[in-house]
Design a protein. Structure first.
Length: 442
């Protein structure tokens, strides 16, 4: 084994003499200790309390060595590679009497609990996850005080080596599903892994999935509810979001508001979401199919009204629908990208002016403005953003089939989407299942 001096020199040299890498030397008449740490990611208060004060209070060198061996925040040296990795994460390496120890001085600067900004509810808890992994685990432990709650860790990312915690209830989680998730994480090939949302893109690249098969949430209450249902949770260091696996369609259409409202209010809200889902998916294609192929389905008064509103429109209905939907998508993206101070105002005014001007210019019909607004509102009824974005794309599939085949195309396009969802599975659980089966354990 290398001497402590050679280990110190190798570690110091490997960091290329960075300005924030410090080698501090403490000494008294009887003993000397050297500490190597990176000040930008280390907590110097912990360093002062757990090393400097005891070093000068304990005079006997042997007694101080016993202190280093027995302190819970200090662990023995394992290997130079492991020590270097721990140093880059905020640990302090101690060199004392030809011995090498590691002192936990990691600075946790993102441990404040954040408010929910994406999945808001009127009632219920308003706190979300933070960017600190220990804080997030504490929030889950606080809400789920069960001895069967198991936490395992792994790392993802060749360069970032991001810590990922796998949280599950050993009594309720399916062992096969847990094994599939671990295999998936071990096969993730990415340089920098920053947040759980990257898994959505990584799993799509592996099977070209359009529909997300994992749910990303910022709410601790949603996480513990899914833990009690036998789901498995992934927490990523530095991310205020958790990943819930496996995920089915019912999960994407559920809001935490459902368990905080009365029974009939909950059922009504769930019905509204599914109505919004089908409206956003089918309405644009249905409009094109009926106006271009089967206007006889309307009552005479409605058919005449629609035909009258489209009198000055110079192109077919499918071009009219496509133009308005694309403009609505642009307004939605603009509302996300613009600064919060002007985003809502700019997009609201822009939408009103655009719709009014397009109607007066004869580029689109009045009924088209109504349909575009209804589709946009229906799309935002879906509580989970990842699925809402998917729905924004799927409606164009139905629209394309309706443009070519009319009402038959609407039915065929919808059935193809259903068949595609039937084919999907989330780590062994069918995407369209209603109830996830729990493992039988004796």
């Amino acid at each position: 084994m290398k001497s402590s001096k050679s280990i110190r020199d190798c570690l110091k040299e490997s960091l290329s003499s960075s300005e924030d890498v410090l080698l501090k030397k403490l000494h008294t008449k009887k003993k000397t200790i050297e500490a190597l740490y990176i000040k930008t990611i280390s907590d110097e208060k912990v360093f002062h309390q757990k090393l400097i004060i005891p070093f000068y209070e304990i005079e006997d060198p042997v007694h101080f060595l016993d202190y280093l061996k027995s302190h819970p925040a200090i662990k023995p040296f394992d290997s130079q590679e492991a020590a270097q990795e721990e140093l880059l994460r905020g640990m302090t390496i101690l060199f004392y009497m030809e011995e090498v120890y590691l002192l936990d001085t990691k600075a946790d600067r993102n441990n404040s609990v954040l408010d929910t900004t994406v999945e808001t509810t009127i009632q219920g808890p308003q706190s979300g996850f933070s960017e600190s992994l220990p804080t997030n685990l504490g929030l889950i432990r606080q809400r789920y005080p069960e001895p069967s709650l198991q936490i395992e860790s792994t790392t993802v990312g060749k360069l970032s080596k991001t810590k990922v915690m796998i949280v599950h209830d050993s009594k309720l989680a399916d062992p096969d599903t847990l094994s599939r998730i671990k295999d998936f994480l071990s096969q993730v090939d990415v340089q920098m892994f920053e947040t759980g949302e990257q898994l959505l893109d990584l799993i799509k690249k592996s099977n070209r999935a359009l529909v997300p098969v994992m749910l990303v949430t910022e709410r601790p209450d949603r996480v513990v509810v899914n833990l009690a249902a036998g789901k498995i949770i992934l927490l990523v260091s530095g991310s205020p979001f958790a990943v819930v696996l496996p995920t089915v369609l019912k999960d994407f259409m559920s809001s935490m508001e459902d368990i905080y409202q009365t029974f009939w209010v909950t059922k009504f809200l769930q019905l509204l979401r599914y109505i919004g889902f089908f409206t956003s998916l089918i309405l644009p294609g249905l409009y094109v199919a009926v106006t271009s192929y089967n206007p006889e389905l309307f009552r005479v008064q409605l058919a005449i009204s629609i035909a009258g509103s489209r009198t000055g429109v110079p192109y077919p209905s499918f071009i009219e629908v496509t133009i308005m939907l694309i403009m609505m998508e642009m307004l939605t993206e603009a509302s996300i990208r613009l600064p919060k101070a002007i985003g809502p105002t700019a997009t609201t005014v822009g939408g009103l002016i655009l719709g009014q001007a397009a109607t007066e210019a004869g580029l689109v019909s009045n009924i088209m403005i109504i349909i575009t607004s209804a589709v946009a509102i229906s799309n935002f009824v879906v509580p989970i953003n990842a699925f809402s974005f998917t729905l924004r794309i799927l409606k164009y599939v139905v629209l394309a089939f309706a443009t070519i085949f009319g009402l038959v195309g609407v039915v065929v396009g919808f059935m193809m989407i259903v068949a595609y969802m039937v084919k999907l599975d989330s780590f062994g659980t069918p995407f369209l299942t209603l109830v996830q089966s729990k493992p039988n354990k004796e």
